[in-house]
Design a binder for this molecule. Structure first.
Ligand SMILES: C[S@@+](CC[C@H](N)C(=O)[O-])C[C@H]1O[C@@H](n2cnc3c(N)ncnc32)[C@H](O)[C@@H]1O
Length: 314
């Protein structure tokens, strides 16, 4: 009887998860439905949607110490296991992460990459920086408390989607770290929520805190003639309908919901700050590009939705 009800619960949760994944792959959902829902309502609906998942996980004894309940997660993906582990393995395969690396994860959210990093880093360190108080609080309580080489810092910085009460503009924010401190700076889906003047300041700061030869790994949406054509004609996961010149949005009223960048602009910005992108631009699937693109970094890498930048400080 217990086995049967646990199997039924599993199926319900599986079906809910499948439905969400399906919706999040649809261009019409991300580009028309999401922007039409007020931010507060979106965040509330999301929390409510995940409560059954949490109840089931807790009833089945599947909760894990460092992994937040899904209803607390405010970042795009709730896959804190395989997906995040793969992300860390890939950084290792690319040769930009070793167990001794000193890593800065900007926009660390609620610890999605930090959790697998706790199993990987040996001798290295991890610093996470984010603007959402509840995420940093969770990470400090559940991750930093167990791993002394892990540190999480709250930035009181404005973001229309993630922290509308933030008091400092990102364009005026200085990272709370000394120069030349990090081997690797990661921004997983962060420039996708930042406006140009903010991104410009962050790229300057990334260049400052990276040591020479260190790397920056950032995912983003790159708009170029190919991606614009595909975005408009194919079934990708996103369509930026508002072109503001250097950047594109799905909702001009809350640009930070989703932002794409003109590719020339972003490559030039990195270049001007001494961050070389030679052979470091990998295109993703978001615009409807086929699974493995010609410029994909390996046979399994084309699975990425967003485009990826891998820069080296020269
Ligand atoms: C899509 S989420 C990705 C989170 C995390 N990187 C992950 O992959 O799970 C975007 C994150 O960027 C953070 N963010 C937005 N603006 C920021 C800023 N100016 N400085 C630092 N973090 C920011 C948000 O709070 C949010 O956690």
């Amino acid at each position: 009887m217990r086995k049967a009800s646990s199997a039924a619960l599993h199926q319900i949760v599986f079906a809910l998860g499948w439905l969400r994944d399906l919706l999040l792959r649809q261009k019409w959902f991300n580009s028309r439905v999401m922007p039409a829902i007020p931010r507060q309502l979106r965040w509330t609906l999301r929390r409510l949607y995940f409560i059954p998942f949490d109840l089931v996980e807790s009833a089945l004894g599947q909760s894990e110490e460092m992994i937040p309940p899904k209803s607390k997660v405010f970042v795009g993906t709730v896959d804190f296991k395989e997906g995040a582990e793969d992300g860390v393995n890939r950084l290792h395969r690319f040769g930009v992460l070793t167990p001794e690396s000193h890593v800065l994860d900007i926009g660390c959210g609620i610890g999605r990459l930090a959790v697998p990093m706790t199993r990987y880093l040996r001798g290295g360190s991890y610093h996470g920086l984010d603007v959402v108080p509840s995420g940093i609080e969770w990470c400090n309580q559940h991750i930093a408390s167990r791993h002394p080489n892990f540190h999480f810092t709250l930035a009181d910085v404005f973001n229309g989607e993630y922290n509308p009460k933030g008091r400092t503009a990102a364009s005026e924010y200085t990272f709370p770290y000394p120069d030349d401190q990090f081997d690797l700076v990661i921004l997983a889906s962060v420039f996708t929520h930042m406006q140009p003047e903010d991104t410009e300041q962050y790229v300057r700061e990334i260049a400052r805190v990276l040591r020479k030869g260190g790397h920056c790994w950032a995912s983003c949406y790159l708009l170029n003639p190919d991606s614009v054509r595909m975005m408009e004609t194919r079934e990708g996961s996103l369509c930026f309908r508002h072109n503001h010149g250097t950047y594109w949005t799905v909702n001009p009223k809350c640009p930070e919901l989703s932002i794409g960048y003109d590719e020339h602009y972003i490559l030039d910005l990195f270049d001007r700050n001494g961050l070389s992108l030679a052979d470091g631009v990998y295109y993703g699937r978001w615009c409807g590009r086929p699974l493995v693109s010609a410029n994909s970094p390996g046979p399994d890498e084309g699975a990425d939705d967003q485009d990826l930048l891998l820069a080296t400080k020269t």
